[in-house]
Design a protein around this ligand. Structure first.
Ligand code: SF4
Length: 349
């Protein structure tokens, strides 16, 4: 059985119709690839459509402000992707006169484009013979060949990349790569793959050995950091104070609320007595309401966010570093999802 032929046959019958599939426009492919990183197609598709409508080409994208891009990106997470896209678009305009490159060696030098994305854009747009290895491809190869090497070790990465390269249909590399990724996303899924209707099951080692559920192997290496954000809501009923975040931490350059980070959970009554809280809001802080802490899960961090509505002493002068935003203007600024949903609930209920 020829795996590549079976794969191609399966793909032609089963592929989803997606707007970035029927184009060789490198800009459109780049837009879809970055938006879909760490994101499900159903979630990313409306963002892709909105971005393409607002910025139909790379020059239009390059002319956007960072605030506009972050606002459009809001809710998608991993915000550095949006910021890097703007840098990439500007780089394409300045270095390539607004013509998006299609060659791997040029793409790999652009901001925010790694080996995977460069291989995807070059093979999809110009059929360059570059094997794409994403999570779907690792899974399919590990199962089909019954490979017990973890996919996140240097040795494993080298092995799987070599294998993907050996299998690449060099005449039709774009279609081959798309087919392999689609096969992993639709049929050889992480959980409950559809082995019973799989066209290559008779030559699949994991299927034969009943080890489908345990492959691919992955070493657990990431240590999750827990962080406690105590947010203060300072509002006069029509507007509230917002804080523009710096660019050295998560949610860079987005807006959240005035905040104190503490090493562990701290009750509101204890929090307002801390010298750091008094430095922010004065000696006499009154608690109006406090809300149960919410957990927000990021890849390497778990954020526990507590919200406390406070009254600040009249005439307290040290709030200039914050931005006063009218409730009606909250939709115009980019903020992390946890802040957006808290404020949305509060104001609309
Ligand atoms: S038989 Fe199952 S595990 Fe093997 S390639 Fe097909 S879907 Fe994947």
């Amino acid at each position: 059985m020829n795996f590549a032929n079976e794969l191609s046959r399966w793909y032609n019958t089963n592929k989803r119709s997606l707007p970035w599939r029927d184009t060789n426009d490198a800009y459109v492919i780049w837009l879809s690839e970055i938006i879909l990183q760490q994101t499900r197609v159903e979630q990313g598709l409306p963002y892709f459509n909105r971005f393409l409508e607002k910025y139909p080409d790379v020059r239009a994208f390059a002319g956007a402000s960072e605030d506009e891009v972050l606002k459009l990106w809001q809710g998608l997470g991993y915000y550095s992707r949006g910021r890097n896209m703007l840098k990439t678009a500007r780089q394409v305009v300045s270095e390539y006169n607004g013509v998006f490159p299609v060659k791997y060696e040029q793409l790999i030098k652009l901001k925010g484009i790694g080996e995977y994305t460069a291989a995807a854009i070059s093979s999809f747009s110009s059929n360059e013979a570059r094997a794409v290895v994403d999570g779907n491809v690792y899974r399919v190869l590990a199962r089909y060949f019954g490979i017990n090497e973890p996919i996140n070790t240097t040795r494993g990465i080298k092995l799987f990349r070599g294998l993907a390269d050996d299998m690449l249909d060099r005449e039709h590399s774009g279609q081959h790569n798309q087919a392999l990724m689609e096969f992993g996303a639709m049929l050889c899924k992480p959980k409950k793959p559809d082995c019973s209707i799989c066209p290559v099951r008779l030559s699949c080692i994991a299927y034969r050995d009943d080890s489908v559920a345990s492959l691919p192997l992955k070493l657990k290496t990431v240590k999750i950091k827990e962080r406690h954000f105590n947010y203060f809501l300072v509002s006069d009923g029509q507007s509230l104070l917002m804080n523009k975040r710096g660019d050295n931490d998560i949610w860079a350059n987005m807006y959240d609320l005035p905040m104190l980070e503490t090493p562990g959970a701290v009750q509101a009554e204890v929090l307002i007595e801390l010298p750091e809280a008094k430095e922010l809001f004065g000696e006499d802080i009154g608690i109006k309401s406090s809300y149960l802490a919410r957990k927000h899960v990021l890849t390497h961090q778990h954020i526990y966010a507590q919200f406390i509505q406070i009254a600040v002493p009249a005439g307290y002068q040290h709030l200039q570093k914050y931005t006063r935003v009218e409730f009606g203007d909250l939709d115009k600024i980019a903020m992390p999802k946890i802040i957006y949903s808290f404020l949305n609930n509060l104001i609309n209920t």
